[in-house]
Design a protein around this ligand. Structure first.
Ligand code: DC
Length: 221
């Protein structure tokens, strides 16, 4: 099976780009952040705090995450319920960053992700795909952009959805989450040694897609 790993901080454009590359190559796009988000949603719904590691480890045993595709879009199922509509709130984003540092949470999801990559050609995005989940990926990309640019993109997205927000707050939040994701003990966000750095601050979407296709072709030639 073929695989492309895309890692990078929040708002770098990973999912937008990965979806397009998947379409071009006929691969499946796997959004691993959605899996961590669903775990966080379960914990919030069950009143479990982000500091309660033991309870979280026990709760993991009650959580079954799976994915399906509808019209090419990944749908995430939490114990059989489609939770796509509930996992993108700021509350869930914060909880996800808090609890994705726990080994119990990561082990369960990493094994699911590896299983998916064994069965299908995948382009998978997240924080530890190149460094931990798929160390043998055919191509590894580290996608990033300045925090100001990432905040501006998130701000525009929220505006389009009609959600009131402040650019300053979004940038502060993005920086805090990056800090936490890069400094946790288990599988922190970092560029794999063999990953290619793509800074999208001054690049358009199509340009980034072409660059990734080029890198993939070069690596698999
Ligand atoms: O990509 P995203 O913004 O949906 O990710 C949400 C959170 O999940 C983010 O704080 C980092 C965490 N995450 C992770 O630790 N490992 C992954 N492979 C994917 C996401």
């Amino acid at each position: 099976m073929r695989s492309i790993a895309i890692d990078g901080p929040a708002g770098a454009g990973k999912s937008t780009i990965a979806k397009k590359v998947a379409q071009r190559l006929g691969f499946i796009y796997v959004d691993t952040g959605a899996m961590y988000r669903s775990m966080a949603l379960y914990l919030i719904r069950n009143g479990i705090g982000s500091g309660e590691e033991e309870k979280i480890a026990r709760a993991c045993k009650q959580i079954h995450i799976s994915i399906e595709y509808q019209g090419g879009e990944q749908q995430i199922l939490l114990n059989g319920e489609n939770v796509n509509a509930y996992i993108r709130t700021e509350e869930v984003s914060r909880m996800t960053s808090d609890v994705s540092r726990y080994a119990a949470v990561r082990e369960q999801l990493v094994s699911l992700q590896r299983k998916l990559a064994e069965e299908k050609d995948v382009i998978m995005d997240g924080r530890d795909i190149g460094t931990c989940v798929l160390p043998g990926a055919d191509a590894k990309i580290y996608l990033t952009a300045s925090s100001g640019e990432r905040a501006r993109r998130r701000y525009q997205e929220q505006q389009q959805r009609g959600i009131p927000c402040s650019l300053e707050e979004i940038e502060k939040d993005i920086i805090a989450r990056d800090e936490q994701d890069m400094n946790r003990e288990v599988s922190p966000l970092r560029q794999a040694e063999d990953a290619v750095l793509v800074d999208t601050s001054y690049m358009g979407i199509d340009e980034v897609v072409e660059e990734i296709l080029r890198i993939y072709q070069e690596k698999t030639a």
